[in-house]
Structures are given as C-alpha cells and as structure tokens.
Write a new protein. Structure first.
Length: 255
C-alpha cells in the first residue's frame, strides 16, 4: 500500500510540475494566444523614419499593444505603399523587431498634377509627407497615355526608354548614376539629360543607351583632363555614331 501511495504521489507531483511549467510558459500569452508586446522597433527604413511607419500602422502607442500579434504587426506595416516586405521577430521578452524592405525607387515621375515615385517594377507610388530621398533621377516631359494614380503599373515606351538610360548609367559608372538628375523625354523627341554639378545639358537622343553612356564617361574623363579647353561648353550631343559634339560659345567640335 505504501509503495502504491508513493507511486500515486510521484505521478501527482510530476503532473503538478508539468502543469506549472506549461502555465509559466503560456503566462505571457492572453486568452487568444497573443504574445505580450512591450516595445516595437523598426529597422531597414530609408524613405520614412521609423516613427512615421509606426504612426501609419497605428503602433506608436504602447497602450494598443495588448490586442496585437506578430502577424497583425506584419500586416499593418506591409500595408504601407513603400514597403515591399516586413520580417517580424520577437525575442520572447516582449521586444519585437520589424525589419522592413522598402520598394526600390527608380525615379520621380513629374506629371502635370503631382509627382510620383516610380519603382523598378513600374509601380506608381504617392510621395508621402516627410519622405526623404537622394540620388533619384527625375523623369519629365513623357507622353501621357493614361491617367496617373497610385499603385498603378505605368510601363509605356517613354518610361521604358528612361529606365534603359538609368540602367546604363548604373552599369557604366556609379558617379554618373548618382549625378543623373533628370531624364527629359521631350514628349517623344530626342532625350536630354541633366546632371548635378554639370552646368550644361547632354543631348542623348534615343537608343544605344549603354554605348552612349560609356562614350559620355570617356568624354567627361577627357574634359576633366583638359578643363581649360572646355570651360565654355554649352552642351554635349551624343546622337551621332561613335562621335560626341561639344557645343561651345566659340564653336562646335567633335571629340
């Protein structure tokens, strides 16, 4: 009898221990199985501050954390048009880290009404207040085929041409890509490029984007080495095969 009592007592004790462990493990979850959240931190953001992203997702006040789960946080953050994906992780102590990947902004599209971001997937995005960005070229004077609106895919012949020019600049020279300020599509005419720090336009034309961009890089290298000879440069014309016309106040020459 004593042995049986000991076995029963042992089983009961083990049961109490198991239940206690399970209770302690689940104590931080509410009746819906949601983890207790104390703090949310955002990283990977560039276009907007983490405070703005939290405000958009209605997550800036810790008083609302009681009704949150990791999936809800992920869903709210990914609802922002700038966000391509959000990875949400918890350390198990109430601290939640949100790593966001923003959509790749290829250009700022200047329309007659308002500017839009244009992503690498040709998606139009509204530019929100407090957005910060740099080294993003402007696309102007493109032929408008449809009404522009946020979230719309806008892939026209003009826009594809502008993307090819931007790609050619990125592949050819990082500094050229950073300095590319505007791709003026001239409503279907010859494309004209503007570069920051350069006080004259580049008449780029259409087609052969990579070849022209390489040639432009070589021309600028020569100009930098012979600054005195090109101080009066008014434009560079790249519309001609294997030639660059340097327009100046005195004359126009080939290089």
């Amino acid at each position: 009898m004593f042995k049986d009592f000991g076995k029963i007592f042992g089983v009961l004790l083990l049961s109490v221990i198991v239940i206690s462990i399970m209770y302690l493990s689940l104590f931080k979850y509410n009746e819906k199985g949601k983890e207790e959240i104390k703090m949310i931190n955002i990283s990977g953001n560039n276009l907007l501050s983490k405070e703005i992203y939290l405000r958009f997702a209605d997550l800036e006040q810790s008083s609302v954390y009681d009704d949150l789960s990791l999936n809800i946080i992920k869903k709210r953050i990914e609802e922002h048009p700038y966000v391509a994906k959000a990875e949400v992780k918890s350390d198990g102590r109430g601290n939640v880290d949100v790593r966001i990947r923003e959509k790749e902004i290829y250009a700022v599209l200047l329309s007659r009404t308002e500017p839009f971001f244009l992503t690498n997937d040709f998606e139009l995005l509204k530019i929100y207040e407090y957005t910060t960005y740099s080294d993003i070229p402007v696309i102007s004077n493109f032929r408008i085929s449809d009404k522009l609106s946020p979230s719309k895919i806008y892939k026209t012949e003009d826009i594809v041409e502008a993307f090819r020019i931007i790609d050619a600049a990125r592949i050819t020279d990082t500094e050229i890509a950073k300095k590319l300020a505007e791709v003026n599509l001239k409503n279907g005419g010859d494309v004209v490029l503007t570069f920051s720090g350069i006080n004259y336009p580049i008449v780029f034309g259409r087609g052969n984007e990579s070849k022209k961009m390489i040639y432009l890089s070589l021309v600028w290298e020569r100009i930098n080495n012979l600054k005195a000879s090109f101080e009066s440069t008014e434009y560079i014309d790249l519309r001609f095969t294997n030639e660059a016309y340097i327009g100046s106040k005195e004359n126009t020459g080939l290089i």
